[in-house]
Design a protein around this ligand. Structure first.
Ligand code: MSP
Length: 650
């Protein structure tokens, strides 16, 4: 009996690097909701994917010496393998490089252009290349030093032709929609943030680029590629057949839930709805912006070396412990810290102790007292009814909190029932009942109720965990029943059939010794460091060049005759130099460190046999040599004493 459809999406992740635990966080949450809705009888659609275009990816590929497509193919394979390891059941994995997506994005762009919502203009602004974001002067934190407000790196003044999307035209309509649909943006606090942002005035958005070409071309202007956000956001409709499979599209759109991190909530609650309005399409029912998963040392980043790799955690602790920890530890919506200590603590107390012991004790007693055969229950006593009521109450609370995406509270309520069931053992004292022949029926009732409680526990865990419910089912001899359990089956007490044989009890979550674990990690790290050092040594040797190779490099002393800034760039200077026998023009990226005037008359070192190139439209024949350090300081190389122009450096 299908209740209707339920369409959930995750962000599509950048294949610029391997994914970390923060990405896994969003996807596990989405997967859990989908599994829960499917159990409730909804026809679900779960979309995830990869956002493959843009300058950053193009550059990363270049650095790796690969074509962009080959580069992203390899990383996307690691995404898919991670999702498999995490038990993620997506229905479709969209890649923005796939033909259908590209074609429809072009159609969307064309439609918006034909409608007058996209127009051609010029962009001027401070551009942060790593973040691919333009900033206005007043958005920069410091007037002197021009640094990106997001990442703190240097921004660059850029002027370029660009297509613009009229966000401003739709601002009032969007505000009205947000007001009339209080659940559209969640959580509440983020909704207010977005409203103030819109109220402070929306500027039209630059939606094309000419500075790189790894993107979808603007269909009527080959010089431009469509900037990533229009390309990326459209995935939510191209993937389900917008303009290509109307039936499927109508079936699932509007999406029920876009799940995103708070970092990209603005794109999803302002730009995306406005694109949809301009296309005359309904808006998604809800966009939920969850918080950040941080580490003790702050935001995860490669340079800090604090990136937590979910694959290693799965190998060390198993997939369900990780899924559980992600959803249990931090209130969904708030920021929170990942820590291995807290993870181990959760495994030991909640999983091994509360859940593992309940299963273990129950199965052992059925084996011991009834030869492994689940007994039939007799009349219910008050304590039994209380257990049943507690199960029903728990299910109500889980439903209520799952609908509000409060995973933490849902799991807390669930665990109250697990503990309640453990307490039931202590209240009913089966080991005492077992000593009295006339209590045999009562003992049977108690054990039956425990197996039944465990059936409900395993069933309720199905959205959250991907192995444990089924392992529990196997051990209890009710594997098929658990497989087939729908949400409404959990509401019915007494579904386990008496007479079924249980198996031997095996611990589902072994306890972890914190110290032993950290010792193991340390040894592993030492080994990895040694392997890495050996590999680097090998590379160093491979990177050595011969004297013959060095002699190919022609470096000469050149005198700067003229120097001037290149319009439109704040980093580049155009130089005319004298090489003794000839004059040359070249472009140097040193304008942030040297004024044009101070270079004139200087004798500098220059690589003269470099292939000519055009930089910012200016011909460059050679390269001036300079030294720079990791603080971004840069000095040009000059000669120690005067020597004639054109002298060769050897
Ligand atoms: N490609 C864009 C999204 C386009 S969606 C149309 C992008 N990709 S991303 O690879 O940077 O992934 C961003 C998402 O990953 C965040 O919105 C968030 O959902 C998740 N997270 C990445 N790091 C995270 C944490 N440290 N903590 C929690 N979630 C984080 O932005």
């Amino acid at each position: 009996m299908a209740k209707g459809t339920f369409y959930v999406t995750t962000p599509i992740y950048y294949p610029s690097d391997k994914l970390h635990i923060g990405h896994a966080y969003t996807t596990v949450a989405a997967d859990t909701i989908v599994k829960y809705k499917a159990m409730q009888g909804y026809e679900t659609m779960f979309l995830t994917g990869s956002d493959e275009h843009g300058q950053k990816i193009q550059r990363k590929a270049q650095e790796a010496g690969k074509e962009p497509k080959q580069y992203v193919d390899e990383i996307v394979a690691t995404f898919k393998s991670l999702w498999e390891k995490l038990g993620i059941d997506y229905d479709y994995f969209i890649r923005t490089t796939e033909e259908r997506h590209k074609k429809v994005v072009q159609q969307i762009f064309q439609k918006l252009y034909d409608k007058g919502d996209i127009y051609k203009g010029k962009y001027e602004g401070w551009y942060c290349t790593p973040c691919e974001t333009f900033w206005t002067e007043r958005q920069l934190p410091d007037e002197e030093e021009k640094l990106c407000p997001d990442c703190g790196r240097e921004v660059e003044w850029v002027e370029e032709k660009s297509y613009f999307f009229r966000l401003s035209k739709y601002a009032d309509r969007l505000l009205k929609h947000i007001e009339e649909n209080p659940h559209f943006i969640q959580p509440e606090s983020r909704r207010n943030e977005m409203v103030s942002f819109i109220e402070s005035g929306l500027e039209d958005l630059s939606v094309s680029r000419t500075t790189f070409d790894w993107g979808i071309p603007v269909p009527f202007d080959e010089e431009h590629v469509i900037y990533v956000w229009i390309d990326a956001l459209s995935n939510y409709i191209t993937a389900i057949g917008y303009e290509t499979d109307e039936e499927n599209f109508r079936k699932y759109w509007p999406a029920d839930l876009h799940l995103v991190g708070k970092d990209i909530l603005r794109f999803h609650t302002i730009i995306w709805p406005i694109v949809l309005m301009a296309l005359d399409l309904p808006l998604p029912k809800q966009v939920f912006g969850h918080g950040w998963l941080l580490t003790k040392t702050g935001k995860m980043s490669k340079s800090k070396g604090n990136v937590v790799d979910p694959v290693i955690l799965i190998e060390d602790f198993g997939v369900d412990a990780i899924r559980y920890y992600l959803l249990r530890e931090v209130a969904f919506g708030a920021d929170g810290a990942y820590s291995t200590e807290a993870l181990i603590q959760r495994i030991n107390s909640d999983l091994a102790n509360d859940l593992g012991n309940l299963l273990n004790r129950t199965i052992s007693m059925v084996n011991r007292y009834f030869d492994g055969v689940i007994p039939a229950p007799g009349p219910a006593e008050e304590v039994d009814l209380d257990l049943q009521n507690c199960a029903a109450g728990m299910l109500n609370k889980v439903e209520e909190n799952m609908d509000a995406l409060k995973f933490t509270v849902a799991l807390e309520e669930f665990w109250t029932f697990v503990r309640r069931s453990n307490k039931y053992i202590d209240q009913t004292t089966p080991w005492i009942l077992a000593k009295e022949e006339d209590k045999r029926e009562r003992l049977g009732t108690v054990l039956y109720n425990l197996v039944e409680a465990l059936r409900i526990i395993a069933g309720t865990l199905k959205p959250f965990m991907v192995e444990t419910p089924y392992q529990m089912g196997e051990q209890l001899g009710i594997g098929k029943l658990i497989q087939e359990t729908e949400w409404e089956d959990l509401r019915e007490w007494g579904k386990v059939e008496a007479g079924v044989k249980v198996r031997k009890a095996e611990p589902i979550f072994p306890r972890i010794d914190l110290e032993e674990y950290f010792e193991k990690v340390e040894k592993r790290n030492e080994k990895e460091t040694a392997v890495k050092a050996a590999a680097e040594e090998e590379v160093r040797e491979e990177e050595m060049i011969t004297f013959e190779e060095f002699s190919k490099i022609d470096i000469r002393v050149a005198e700067v005759l003229e120097a001037e800034r290149i319009e439109g760039s704040d980093k580049l200077l155009k130089l005319q130099v004298d090489l003794g026998t000839e004059k040359r023009q070249l472009v140097a990226g040193i304008a942030l460190h040297y004024q044009a005037e101070e270079l004139v008359g200087k004798k500098i070192l220059m690589l003269v046999n470099l292939k000519p190139a055009r930089i910012f439209g200016v011909e460059s024949n050679g390269m001036i040599l300079a030294a720079s350090n990791e603080n971004g300081e840069l000095v040009i190389t000059t000669v120690d004493k005067d020597i004639s122009n054109g002298s060769k450096v050897k």
